[in-house]
Write a protein that binds this ligand. Sequence first.
Ligand code: ZN
Length: 294
Amino acid sequence: MSLQKLVRTAATLSIGKLMTAASVLLVLSWVCGAAEPRISIPSYNQFTPDDELKIGGALAHDFESGREILSNPLLDHYLNDLVKRLGKASLRPELVYTCRVVNTNDVNSYSFPGGTIFVTTGLLAFVEDESELASVLAHEIGHIAGRHYLNRLSLEMRSKSLWDQTRKMLPLLDSAQVQQAFQKIGVPITGLAVQQYDRSNENEADLLAVYNLVRAGWNPLGEVRALDRLQNPGGSQGETATMLSVHPNPTDRSRAVSAEIKTMALASSLDDNSLSFRAMKTGLSLLPKPGRGR
Ligand SMILES: [Zn+2]
């Protein structure tokens, strides 16, 4: 087919057909376990790296203010070491990744634009080795690296006037009022703060985590084990209902992650566990119970 004919044919395809073709390619790439997802900034996301830090910082501050945040230097140090190691091996190594602990039995984790991550004490009780914990952190780093939050927020900013108003508002953004500030100009962000991403974002974060784990030196099979146990928690501690309600089915996720890992040649030197992880697990019983640490 000549170039002109190819261009003419492409021009006659409807957007619907193009989207169908794109979906088929996406599905094929999942089935074939193709390669690490590539991160690109969609044209509708006009937030700058500075905006990302400003909005992420404000949202994280807002998130903290409504929750019981634990401040335990040893635990914070351990978790921050993990996210730094993963962050350096992520597709956005330029960001400063930090991790804090929310004291609740809910098994969950959260991430905010720019690099802030939270894990719950329920999650720390749930994971059985360091590769499982690292896989959850790598999944959150995947959401951050993929700019999933600001991509979604950008879809709400349909008009130029909303962008203009946001530009004016950002320098004045008060972290305690971040949701109200966006709502005032007509951009609803309440739902975004509870971390409900769409299925493609979740799939992308899962696969980014696989490659991030391997580059950082952890066994990605920890991600499969954590997902499998999420589906069948058995005797594990913690409450998984909230995590399950905002993520796709763990069995489907585990299957996609396993398929990807099968395409990779894994080095036998990858870490599953560490003494620091075991010390962290022992120390968990010494932490204040949820509701008593404030
Ligand atoms: Zn997620």
